[in-house]
Design a protein around this ligand. Structure first.
Ligand code: 1QQ
Length: 404
């Protein structure tokens, strides 16, 4: 390109860059390493993504917020596009079922020709779905799979699997550290769903950390994630007079057990896992849930520009506050968009584009509602932990922020 051409290009590139920088203020004062693909190369093209979420079943309490977060991010990003291309997210329901989740992954990969997938909602579904994506060399961002072995060292090949959801292996110790410093418990009771991967992994982590803190486990109650009547379990727990009760469960389990414990006049502290971090769970627990404490990856009141913009935009679109699940799903779209911006997509060779996105995801570094975000070498999360407590009205108060 001759002198003048390059200058015109530089001038127009300068102008385009300025516009992009403005558009990107939503989620990226930090900059991803590596050269961005010249803008405009994606003009008229579509970046197809899949989102396989629990809109029904045990995880159906989390999926709707995730869907909202994804649709908001898509709308914001498509105002200016990704190097001229549009993001198009196909959303499917994994029905909180491992086999259904694997089937939906297969469908968005084979038929949807997606270059990336967000999901599924539950760790229990992920162990069925993620191997399908990995075998098809299709990058995944797990927006709420906080169990063990989801990234890094997995019981199956997980080279193409990333997660932007804080693992219980980090969240539970941080939560218990804050609880121990305030409550100095000597005894504890543990209740968990034994037919759900996340709940069982969480229970194992609670056991390990409590024994490391010399907190004696005086009672352990286990039940199915489909359990709805917790009267017997609450009676057994209360009979042992624990200093604190720990709950590791998904869906309706946390709120139902909390309500039953309070109904049977248990007035002591309650701590829990990621299953607590949903505005729907806080709402269902209501007054009984006040003070129930968990380690969260996000806090509504974080005053960064990117988070206040997200909260304001979410409220404007849905007339409701977002929660952690919405924030993580929203962030996942921005992470894919930034990877696509740096991936030199062909838009005609889907296998090549999937590989390019997977490679680019490793170098992503952007500001998000979760905070400055980049993946660890294990494709995992490294972020502050917000220890929060239910406020009795569908929200959470911040107890303490624990740095990683
Ligand atoms: C998991 C979870 C659930 C509580 C929410 C989706 O963290 O299954 O990993």
């Amino acid at each position: 390109m001759g002198g003048t051409g390059l200058r015109n290009f530089a001038r127009s590139a300068g102008a385009v860059l300025a516009i992009c920088m403005l558009a990107l203020s939503a989620c990226s004062s930090k900059t991803t390493t590596g050269t961005a693909t010249p803008s405009g190369t994606g003009a008229g093209k579509t970046i197809a993504l899949g989102a396989v979420l629990s809109l029904t079943g045990a995880g159906g309490i989390y999926g709707p917020q995730q869907k909202n977060g994804i649709l908001l991010a898509q709308e914001e990003i498509n105002r200016n596009g990704v190097n001229g291309a549009r993001i198009a997210v196909t959303i499917a329901d994994d029905q909180s079922d491992k086999t259904q989740g694997a089937q939906q992954f297969q469908t968005v990969i084979q038929q949807g020709k997606v270059v990336g997938i967000i999901g599924p909602t539950l760790s229990n579904t992920a162990v069925g779905a993620h191997p399908v994506a990995d075998q098809n060399r299709t990058p995944v961002i797990a927006p709420s799979n906080t169990g063990n072995g989801i990234v890094g060292t997995c019981p199956y090949s997980c080279t193409y699997i990333f997660r932007d959801s804080l693992g219980e292996a980090a969240a539970i110790p941080a939560n218990l550290k804050v609880a121990a410093a305030r409550l100095h418990p000597k005894t504890a009771a543990l209740a968990f769903a034994n037919d759900d991967k996340f709940s069982s992994d969480g229970a194992a982590i609670f056991k390990t950390v409590l024994s490391a803190d010399n907190v004696q486990l005086v009672d352990t109650e286990q039940f199915s994630k489909a359990q709805t009547d917790f009267a017997t379990y609450a009676t057994n727990i209360i009979a042992k007079k624990p200093d604190v009760v720990a709950i590791s469960g998904v869906g309706g389990v946390p709120s139902k057990l909390i309500v039953e414990l309070r109904r049977q006049r248990y007035a002591g502290p309650i701590v829990g896992g990621n299953g607590f971090n949903s505005s729907s769970v806080s709402m269902q627990a209501g007054q009984a849930g006040i003070g129930a404490q968990s380690g969260s990856a996000w806090f509504l009141g974080t005053t960064t520009t990117v988070n206040t913009n997200f909260v304001a935009a979410y409220k404007a679109k849905y007339n409701a506050d977002p929660d952690q699940f919405a924030a993580q799903a929203y962030t996942a779209v921005y992470l894919f968009a930034d990877a696509a911006r740096h991936a030199s997509l062909t838009f005609n060779d889907v296998a090549k584009d999937r590989d390019a996105i997977a490679t680019a995801l490793q170098n992503v570094s952007i500001d998000t509602p979760l905070g400055p975000f980049s993946f660890t070498s294990d494709h995992d999360v490294h972020q502050p932990i917000y220890v929060v407590a239910m406020d009795g009205a569908g929200g959470f108060t911040l107890v303490e922020t624990v740095q990683p």
